[in-house]
Every structure is written in C-alpha cells, then in structure tokens.
Design a protein around this ligand. Sequence first.
Ligand code: ASP
Length: 335
Amino acid sequence: MANVFTGKSLTVIDDLSIEERKYLFEKTRILKKAIQEDDKQTMDKFRINDKDFGIYEVFLESSTRTKESFRNAANFHQVKLSDLAVETSSFNKGESYADTFNTLAGYRNAIFIVRSKIEGVCRWLEEETQAFAKRNNLKRKPAFINAGDGKHEHPTQELLDEFTFLEENNWSFKNIHLALVGDLYHGRTVHSKADGLKIFESVTVDLIAPPELAMPDYYKIKMKENGFKLREFSSIEEYLNQDNIAKIWYFTRPQLERMGEQILKKQEELRRSITFKKEFIRKLPENTRFYHPLPRHRKHPTIPSFLDGTTLNGWESQSINGMYVRIVLLSMIAG
Ligand code: ASP
C-alpha cells in the first residue's frame, strides 16, 4: 500500500501526521468491512507483498491484546512472525538492548514491535540498529512500533481508540467531549491522548482521578497548548454531581506494577474513587459509552462486569478494532 509512511517507525502517536491518521482510519474502515463480508478481492489489496518482510515481537512486559492482535495481523498478511522468548534469551543474561536488537536486525528485514518499561526506547533503538546496519553494509532500515513504553505512550492503542470513537460518532471530526477516568498518572494510553485527540477540531477533556493518580502536568500543559478544554475532578461521584457530563468515558486500571510503595498502600481507597457503581447509572446522559484499553482486574475491575450486557459497553468493540487498525498500520509501514 504505497503511502508516505512506508519504512517509518511509530514511536509516539505524533509520528503519524493528522492526515496520515485519517488515511489509516479510512483504510481501516474499508478493510474491516471487507473482512466482515469476506470480500477477498479487497482484502488482498491490503496484504504486504514483500514476503521477505518479517515481524519481530519483543515484549518485555506482559500483553494479551496488543501482542495477539499483531500476531493475527501478521497471519492476515501471511508474513513471518517471530517472537523473542525473552525469558530464555540472552537478555536474561544481562545482554544490552542494543546488542539484542542489532542481532535480530542482522538476520532479516523486519518491523520490530516492542513493549518495554523504558520510555522512548523505540526511537533510540531505531538509531542503534540503523548504525549497526550501516557498519555491516546491510541494505535495511529496521522500523519500530512502540507497543507501550513504561508510562509514556501507547500509540497503536491510541489509533484504535480514535478509530472506535469515530466509528461510533458518525465519523465526525468536529468535537469530542471525553472523560478520562482512573490511573491517569501511570497509564500510558491516556498520555497518548494529549496528541492523539488533535484529530478533532474541538476537544473537551474531563480528568477524573484522585490527586495521587492525577494526570502529570507535562500532559496537561500539552493538552492546553493543543487547545483542549480541561476540567479536573477527584472522583466519579464528584464528577456526576455537576451538569456537564461527557458521553464518552475512557477508563484505565490502577497500574499497580508502576506504583511506588506509598501509593500501593492506599490502593483500595484510591480504587474506590474511580470504580463505577450501579447507583451511578441513572446520572449518566443518554447514549453514554464506556471504553477501556483493558485488562480489567478480575477481582477489582473499575468497570464491573454487571455492565457487560448494557448499552454502556463500548470496550468490547474497541478491543476487536485493535486487529483491523494494526493490519493497516503494518501495510502502511511495509509499503
Ligand atoms: N493494555 C494497556 C497498556 O498496555 C492498558 C493497561 O495495561 O492498563 O498500557
């Protein structure tokens, strides 16, 4: 699929311009319809032609949806997919990121899909592996996709979130009023929204989190610079006690693995202020939809499972969209 993004890396959401994102959404809309209707001719137009191309998944943090949707996307493209078995690799003998990725880049042309705790690691690895390819006269330019880097960004989640909001709101880029609820401090998916939501002409974001889990100033400043209107609330209860309630709610789970000891001690109390309760339903505006990048904690979900069968449930279709968006992203990078 010839386009200007060929060969590029997606390390933060802004690596894709607004026009490129709109192009991706339009293509995703076509591809999703083609897959649902089993329209093989249209599906073939999306497939990566260069079968020497491979996908390398390197996940240094846990994942279900991102990893498996990319794996299914690779199956769709019928390209080789390798998954570095991190636990049994030399990474576990203390090998550096650079040595590990240079080794993989030496074997074949690949798009690397990387999840790691280290913020910004994909941009740095792109430079490292390109210098390695040059030293070794390899005619390749490895591309990287950030599948989540610490509490920094999760650009492919952002793409599927934006696609879902558009799909469920008549493809209007005009305005969006969104409530972000949960662990806004440690959650990377909400940080990608600071640039992600720029696709909309007018943006209002309500931030709902206790002070310990509040959105970092860096992202709040970025949102304001991007012209977003911001409001802050410390609990769902407080938010529902005012008039201007959003119809699009985006929840994130408390990111226990990223919390310091002091915050961990208070996790139960913090969780209470960001967990949706049955009695709140009647306060919601008509046609409200809830989204969540998932996972939900099986014992303490902030969106409890009694909501699964209600019209609030937008998180299931959101999750399904992940594969479609990632198929198209891979075709755009492979060219
Ligand atoms: N799956 C998302 C992520 O990797 C959300 C989460 O883990 O809470 O960031």
